[in-house]
Design a protein around this ligand. Structure first.
Ligand code: C5J
Length: 224
């Protein structure tokens, strides 16, 4: 099948249709809505809302073509056996992972706040990965699932840019995937951290990967 070439930073990002998965990282109520984990850390969750519409547009484009989609959730077992004290006890948040908030227990599988926001709800045939870490490969089996589908390229969206998105992208790069981060389809609670992440992944000849605006990606999918 014909390769698609996206104008990107630091140079063009070529990918093969059908072997490129759209990855939506942690678009969960716990990060995006008041009363969740992100808010318990003192963050302004409204900063993340800008990414929702660009992600929805990319999801529609991928779904229309029948290409693979992966959603992740940062989510722990109810007994917290997969949440090390180093993660749960660090810092001084108002509420910790596993504590009860207004949307149920924070970042616990099956709780209302752990769900992906309705605007980006996964379809029945899309992969949904519960990850106990910041990265999507740690303790999830995702690499084998992607290999079974012959996926070689990953297009990243979601939150937050410098934590779970960047960690997942670095893990993916180490496993041999060519990765593109979509600039307006990712957000951070901190504008300067988002900018720094974009700069550092593409530095030194795309040492971790590429980045491009969604308009460039969509235009490459549907050339005039
Ligand atoms: C954080 C995430 N920030 N999804 N998680 O703790 O980026």
């Amino acid at each position: 099948m014909k390769r698609i070439d996206v104008p990107a930073t630091p140079f063009h990002y070529p990918f093969s249709p059908g072997r490129t998965a759209l990855v939506v990282i942690d678009m969960q109520r716990d990060f995006v809505e008041p009363g969740g984990f992100g808010a318990s850390l003192g963050n302004d969750v409204t900063r993340l809302h800008a990414a929702i519409e660009p992600i929805a547009t990319l999801l529609a484009a991928w779904r229309a073509r029948g290409w693979p989609v992966v959603h992740t959730r940062e989510a722990h077992r109810g007994d917290l056996s997969d949440c090390p004290p180093a993660k749960r006890l660090r810092g001084a948040p108002r509420l910790r992972i596993g504590d009860a908030g207004t949307m149920g227990r924070l970042l616990i599988r099956g709780e209302p706040g752990t769900a992906i926001i309705p605007a980006l709800a996964p379809l029945a045939d899309e992969l949904v990965i519960d990850k106990p870490g910041k990265g999507m490969f740690w303790s999830t089996g995702l690499h084998d699932m992607l290999q079974a589908q012959r996926v070689s390229h990953l297009v990243f969206t979601g939150v937050t840019t410098e934590v779970c998105v960047q960690t997942s992208m670095r893990e993916a790069n180490d496993r041999g995937y060519d990765c593109l981060l979509v600039e307006d389809a990712t957000e951070s609670y901190f504008a300067e951290f988002k900018a720094a992440t974009l700069a550092m992944i593409a530095a030194q000849g795309a040492i971790v990967g590429w980045h491009a605006p969604s308009a460039a990606l969509l235009a490459a999918l549907d050339p005039a």
